[in-house]
Design a protein around this ligand. Structure first.
Ligand SMILES: Nc1nc2c(ncn2[C@@H]2O[C@H](COP(=O)(O)OP(=O)(O)OP(=O)(O)O)[C@@H](O)[C@H]2O)c(=O)[nH]1
Length: 288
């Protein structure tokens, strides 16, 4: 199957995000980029490193509870080899969150030492958190700040909409109103963003998307697919993706008048179940 679900692309957003990040760079010590642990490549903006220049950067692989732990471990190793500090978090339960601030302090140890030498040790560490829509930015910030979450007064140079959040006695976080847009001129990137729910279904062909997802699961995670819909390899092996979708619909009794399968309903269900983690832990991208 060569056809891919295409995603509408809004170039204006990218320029706006770039401007917003650049304008705020001088206010922070480090940029924290949240990525979806299932799609660390597709959920990032490949130009971010150019925008932030030599500013310190860290990667957080959020939603790690939905990703294949074996592959997340490979990603963490991959980043380490690239000299990039990365951790994995689940912002729903808070797993991995306690490791975050120590990792930031470690990353900024030289900055902290320089400040101490200048007698400025009391100055808080400031960070900017960026991420694509739906990656869990709000959940992450809320978990991090817990009950301490509080707005800090407006500061010079901070335009309306940006807010400082106090994370701890010596750490402040700049909560940006905007989001980091991925580069999804590449249809494969757009498709993975759609699988994980980062882009709205209104701009997509839901049935095509579900067919592609089922086809991918059949290749990469056949046991989880079989388990979920009580289907066997024999039943699915030679099916075209459309027929696979029909099989899933039939298994769930999604029929319309005349006994036909309601493929739209089946497709919506498959996507909802994947996004809701019902198939278990699955990663869509593996480091090269
Ligand atoms: N399974 C899982 N779900 C998460 C995690 N973090 C956030 N979510 C869920 O992902 C969805 C989006 O979370 P938000 O925190 O609103 O994400 P956001 O990045 O602030 O979203 P925008 O407001 O669109 O930018 C919600 O349904 C969260 O419950 C996580 O670590 N694991």
């Amino acid at each position: 199957m060569t056809e891919q679900a295409s995603v509408q692309w809004f170039p204006g957003h990218m320029a706006k995000t770039r401007r917003m990040i650049k304008d705020s760079l001088s206010l922070v010590d480090i940029i924290v980029e949240l990525r979806d642990a299932r799609i660390p490549l597709s959920s990032s903006n490949p130009e971010l490193h150019k925008w932030v220049g030599d500013k310190k950067r860290m990667v957080v692989l959020n939603k790690c509870d939905t990703a294949d732990p074996r592959i997340t471990a490979l990603w963490l190793k991959f980043y380490k080899e690239q000299g990039i500090t990365a951790i994995a978090t689940d912002s729903k339960t808070g797993k991995g969150i306690p490791q975050f601030l120590p990792a930031v302090r470690q990353e900024l140890s030289e900055v902290l030492e320089r400040r101490a030498n200048k007698g400025m040790a009391g100055r808080p560490l400031r960070m900017m958190v960026v991420g694509i829509p739906n990656v869990g930015k709000s959940s992450f910030i809320n978990k991090l700040a817990r009950e301490k979450r509080a707005k800090v007064e407006d500061r010079p140079g901070v335009t309306r909409g940006k807010q400082w959040v106090t994370v701890s006695r010596d750490v402040e976080l700049l909560d940006m109103p905007g989001v980091l847009w991925p580069k999804f001129e590449d249809p494969a990137v757009g498709e993975k963003l759609a699988f994980t729910g980062a882009v709205k279904d209104q701009v997509l062909d839901v049935e095509l998307l579900a067919m592609r997802l089922l086809d991918w699961m059949r290749r990469e995670y056949p046991e989880q697919l079989a388990e979920r819909y009580k289907i066997t390899d024999d039943e699915t092996a030679d099916l075209e993706p459309y027929d696979l979708l029909c099989l899933v619909g039939r298994k769930r009794g999604m029929l319309i008048s005349g006994g036909e399968i309601d493929t739209l309903r089946a497709a919506t269900m498959v996507l909802d179940e994947y996004r809701g983690g019902k198939f278990g832990k699955m990663s869509l991208e593996v480091p090269e």
